[in-house]
Design a protein around this ligand. Structure first.
Ligand code: LLP
Length: 435
């Protein structure tokens, strides 16, 4: 059933987040209570929203036999991975650290794809000895090294070659990956020769092709262009005698970050995949990250000060760029909601900033927000993807804790990593210790 256009754009709060009794809740849990218990800043995730995001893919691709491998880079908290694993997710990893997390959360290596442009020899060996499902190779030197490692271990590596289709994903420059000038994948013009090499080298089984053209794609047209090119390549490769059994279509859909943004259309995306690749009879793998977790998480923060300058009002928070770097790095928009229901309060423009000593530590400029006072809580919405995983400890700030809610329950799923524990990793050289 087609929904009327008015309901097909994003609203905030939505999904598992809503105002109740004048305050913002995650599922049945009062965010104000979470903030009081664990402090701020803190990431908070919703189990129900993770499940809904998973179902959107599972329903759209039902019956197609696709493999959905969660891209752990978007959120690698063990409880989040385990939630998706229980729903049926495999894993897409880019380091052995992520493989260890996937396995600890219940996703075996046999359901894991190892992506990434610069794998180390040790990482290849660890993946092979764990029985990795597939290694996506991005260059000829990587192919040679993998062959050497596999032969040395007496194993055969299941390999997909990631090709660069030279398609503009029409997204932010720092997260577009499929243009010929990007560092990713093997150039389109070298693809057939690379497969021939993979077939000739010992210890490799070239099982498939992979593409990933970028992240936060809001239109399906770039996917369609890339997959149509890929389909032609698969036909050519099969003519060349390469038995392509698997096609890895890369990351998933973009998500709405602003009120009024269009909602991703999973059914349309599934139709694109079917239309372009369905006839090839290969096993299709998706590697969504953002669209599974972004809308399931928020970053809770408290207002430290409201500073009225001559030209601006600044909302100075206790969260900073080290906690959520996307606005500084990509000029990304995160919708900011007051945790106290603003009712009909008239919004005023303010610059929302953190305490880090850089002008870049700015979350939003001239954002229209209801009047707020020190001590009030705010929530950065759609922060479940590329939020906590990209956080750091710049300015000797603690690493924010993470909380998972489910119905009326919530649990601390990563505690705050404070400066005392950070300093415990450091030591003074022996020549400084005497006296
Ligand atoms: N597969 C590969 C090979 C990837 O490189 C990526 C993301 C994904 C899958 C998952 O893509 P997704 O479904 O999340 O779009 N830190 C940036 C995003 C970087 C994405 C990198 N690769 C951000 O905060 O927007």
């Amino acid at each position: 059933m087609t929904q009327p256009p008015s309901t097909r754009t994003a609203r905030f709060p939505d999904g598992a987040f809503a105002y109740r009794d004048g305050r913002l809740f995650v599922e049945g849990v009062d965010l104000t209570a979470i903030a009081a218990a664990v402090g701020t800043p803190a990431y908070v995730y919703s189990t129900a929203q993770l499940a809904a995001n998973w179902r959107a893919y599972a329903d759209a691709f039902a019956g197609d036999g696709v493999e959905i491998c969660f891209a752990l880079k978007a959120n690698s908290n063990l409880a989040v991975i385990r939630t998706l694993a229980r729903l049926g997710a495999g894993a897409d990893i880019v380091s052995i650290g992520e493989m260890e997390r996937a396995m600890a959360a219940g996703i075996p290596a046999a359901r894991t794809i190892f992506s990434g442009v610069g794998k180390g020899r040790d990482e290849m060996a660890a993946a092979l000895s764990a029985g990795i499902h597939q290694i996506n190779v991005e260059s000829l030197p990587e192919l040679e090294l993998l062959s050497e490692v596999a032969v040395g271990m007496g194993l055969t590596a299941p390999v997909a070659i990631r090709v660069n289709p030279d398609v503009d994903a029409e997204t932010h420059g720092k997260i577009a990956t499929g243009r010929k000038e990007d560092k990713f994948g093997i150039d389109w013009g070298h693809a057939r020769a690379a497969f021939a090499r993979a077939k000739a080298l010992p210890g490799l089984d070239p099982v498939g092709v992979a593409v990933h053209i970028g992240s936060q794609l809001l239109k399906t047209a770039p996917f369609e262009r890339a997959y149509a090119k890929l389909a032609e390549l698969v036909v050519q490769l099969r003519e060349d005698g390469i038995d392509i059994r698997r096609i890895d279509v890369g990351g998933g859909l973009g998500v709405p970050y602003r009120p009024g943004d269009g909602l991703p259309d999973h059914a349309e995306y599934a139709a694109v995949v079917r239309r372009t690749l369905g006839h090839l009879g290969a096993r299709i793998t998706l590697e969504p990250g953002r669209s599974l977790v972004a809308s399931a998480g928020l970053l809770l923060s408290r207002v430290n000060f409201v500073k009225d300058g001559l030209h601006r009002r600044f909302l100075i928070l206790d969260a900073a760029m080290n906690d959520l770097i996307r606005p500084s790095l990509y000029d990304a928009w995160h919708t900011i909601l007051p945790v106290k229901d603003p009712g009909g309060a008239e919004p005023v423009p303010m610059d929302v900033v953190g305490p880090v000593c850089e002008s870049g530590d700015t979350f939003a400029k001239e954002r229209l927000l209801p009047p707020m006072a020190a001590g009030d809580l705010v929530a950065f919405m759609t922060a479940g993807a590329y939020g906590a995983v990209m956080a750091g400890t710049y300015n000797s700030r603690p690493l924010a804790p993470e909380v998972l809610a489910s119905g009326d329950r919530w649990s601390l799923v990563r505690r705050r990593w404070g400066v005392a524990e950070q300093m415990a990793l450091e030591s003074l050289p022996d020549w400084m210790q005497a006296g």
